[in-house]
Write a protein that binds this ligand. Structure first.
Ligand code: NCD
Ligand code: ZN
Ligand code: ZN
Length: 392
C-alpha cells in the first residue's frame, strides 16, 4: 500500500524508443546509466533500439545483447530486432522474443538500412502481421540527392519530403500486405495527413511523436547547433503545432533517447552525430504540457502507458490495477524547478532542455511494487530490471 496524499499518482511510463548504446558505445551510454536516467524520469519500461554494435540483427546478437545487459538494468526492458536486406526468415523466427522489428528506410546512427522494395516487401509479408514493424521513414535516395547537392544545412539535408516519400512507400506496402506498421518519430503535418488518410482506408498504422519535436522547432536547432542535430530534424513552428493539433491521432510518445558525448557533438557540423538524450525529461515536459492546459494528463498516460502496452503486446505491464504489483510514479504537482545538465543521469550528461522550467517533481518510483527511486536516490541494484515478455 502506498500512501499518497497531496501527490499525483501515475502508472510507470513506458518509453518505447530508446538507444542505450549497449553493447558497442559505452562512452555514450550503457544499460545501467540509461535505465537509471529512465527511472529518475518516471519511466519503468524501455524498449531499446537495435542500432547497437553489433546491431541486434540476428538471433545470436539478440541473445548476446540480452546476456550482456541482464545484470545492468534498473527498469524493465525489451528489444527491437533490426531488419537487414537478408535476415528475413531469422527476424520472423525471433519475433516472439522482441517488442517489434525496426526497419531503417534511411540511414541514421549505425549501419542498419533497408532501402529496396524487395527486402522491405519480404519483411512486411514474413514478419508476423500483428507484430509491428517500426519504420524510420526517411527516403535514402532523397537524403543522398539533397546531400549530394552540397547542402550543408541539416534541415535541408533532411527535407520533409524525404520523410513523406518513405512513409508513402511504407503505407502502400502495409496496405497491400495487411500488416501492422508503426511509424517512429513523425515530425510533419503532411505525415500526419498521410497516416490519417491511410487509417480511413483501414490500413493498420500507428504512429509515434517525440518530446523533441513536440517541444522544439528549427529555431531551437539554430540555438543548440550540433547539439540540436537529430534525424528527422527539428521542424517548423507550423509542423510542431500540427503535432499538437493531430494529438488525437498520435498513438505513442517515445523519446528517441539518442545520447552522444559532448566531444562527439562538438565536432564540425557535418561530422557531429545526430540525436539527443530524452528519457529522463519526457514525463517532466509532459507534466508541464498538462498543467498549462495543452493536453489532459489521461491523454498523456494513454500514449505513454496504455497504447504502448497494447501495440507491443507487453505482458505483465498494466495501469494501476488493484491487487497487482504495479509500476507507480508519485509526483509533487506543485514543486517547481529548472532542468539542468547536472541533473541528468545519462552518461552523456547534457539535455537540450537545460533551462526549461518544470512544474511537478517526480519523488518516488515503484517498480513492480518495490520502491526503486526515492527523492533523487536509486534504491534498487543493477539487474533488478527484468526482460519483458510478449503476448504476440
Ligand atoms: C538515433 C541514434 O543516434 O541512435 N539518432 C537520431 O538522430 N534519431 C538513430 C535514429 O533514431 O534514427
Ligand atoms: Zn530513427
Ligand atoms: Zn531512434
Amino acid at each position: 500500500v502506498v500512501e499518497a496524499s497531496e501527490r499525483l499518482v501515475l502508472p510507470g511510463f513506458i518509453d518505447s524508443h530508446v538507444h542505450f548504446r549497449d553493447p558497442g558505445a559505452p562512452q555514450k551510454e550503457d544499460f545501467f546509466t540509461g535505465t537509471l536516467a529512465a527511472l529518475a524520469g518516471g519511466v519503468t519500461t524501455v524498449l531499446d533500439m537495435p542500432n547497437t554494435q553489433p546491431p541486434t540483427d540476428s538471433r545470436a546478437h539478440l541473445v548476446q545483447k540480452a546476456a550482456h545487459v541482464a545484470t545492468k538494468a534498473v527498469v524493465d526492458y525489451g528489444f527491437y530486432f533490426g531488419a537487414t536486406d537478408t535476415n528475413i526468415e531469422e527476424a520472423a523466427s525471433v519475433a516472439g522474443e522482441v517488442a517489434a522489428m525496426k526497419l531503417y528506410m534511411g540511414s541514421s546512427t549505425g549501419t542498419l538500412l533497408v532501402t529496396e522494395f524487395s527486402p522491405i516487401y519480404r519483411h512486411f509479408t514474413t514478419f508476423p502481421l500483428d507484430k509491428p514493424i517500426a519504420v524510420h521513414a526517411e527516403d535514402e535516395q532523397s537524403l543522398k540527392y539533397f546531400g549530394g547537392m552540397g547542402l550543408q544545412d541539416h534541415n535541408q539535408a533532411r527535407p520533409p519530403l524525404s520523410a513523406q516519400i518513405a512513409l508513402s512507400r511504407a503505407i502502400a506496402i502495409a496496405e497491400k500486405t495487411g500488416r501492422r506498421l508503426h511509424v517512429a518519430h513523425t515530425t510533419t503535418w503532411r505525415e500526419l495527413e498521410l497516416i490519417q488518410e491511410a487509417r480511413s482506408k483501414g490500413v493498420r498504422v500507428t504512429c509515434e511523436v517525440t518530446p523533441l519535436h513536440l517541444f522544439m522547432t528549427e529555431e531551437d536547432q539554430h540555438r543548440l547547433r550540433n547539439f540540436g542535430k537529430v534525424n528527422p530534424p527539428l521542424r517548423s513552428r507550423d509542423d510542431r503545432e500540427a503535432l499538437w493539433r493531430y494529438f488525437d491521432d498520435i498513438d505513442t510518445i517515445g523519446t528517441d533517447h539518442a545520447p552522444h558525448t559532448r566531444e562527439e557533438k562538438d565536432q564540425p557540423y557535418s561530422q557531429a552525430p545526430s540525436g539527443m538524450p530524452g528519457v529522463q525529461t519526457m514525463l517532466p515536459l509532459l507534466l508541464n504540457a498538462a498543467s498549462s492546459g495543452r493536453v489532459k494528463l489521461e491523454e498523456v498516460v494513454k500514449r505513454c502507458v496504455t497504447n504502448p502496452i497494447q501495440i507491443f503486446g507487453l505482458k505483465d505491464k498494466g495501469t494501476l490495477e488493484i491487487g497487482k504489483d504495479a509500476d507507480i510514479v508519485l509526483i509533487d504537482p506543485n514543486h517547481e524547478y529548472v532542468l539542468a545538465d547536472d541533473q541528468m543521469l545519462s552518461k552523456c550528461g547534457w539535455t537540450p532542455f537545460a533551462g526549461t522550467k518544470i512544474k511537478g517533481q517526480i519523488q518516488q518510483v515503484y517498480l513492480r511494487g518495490n520502491l526503486a527511486y526515492n527523492q533523487g536516490n536509486c534504491l534498487s541494484t543493477a539487474g533488478s530490471g527484468k526482460a519483458i515478455r510478449y503476448s504476440k
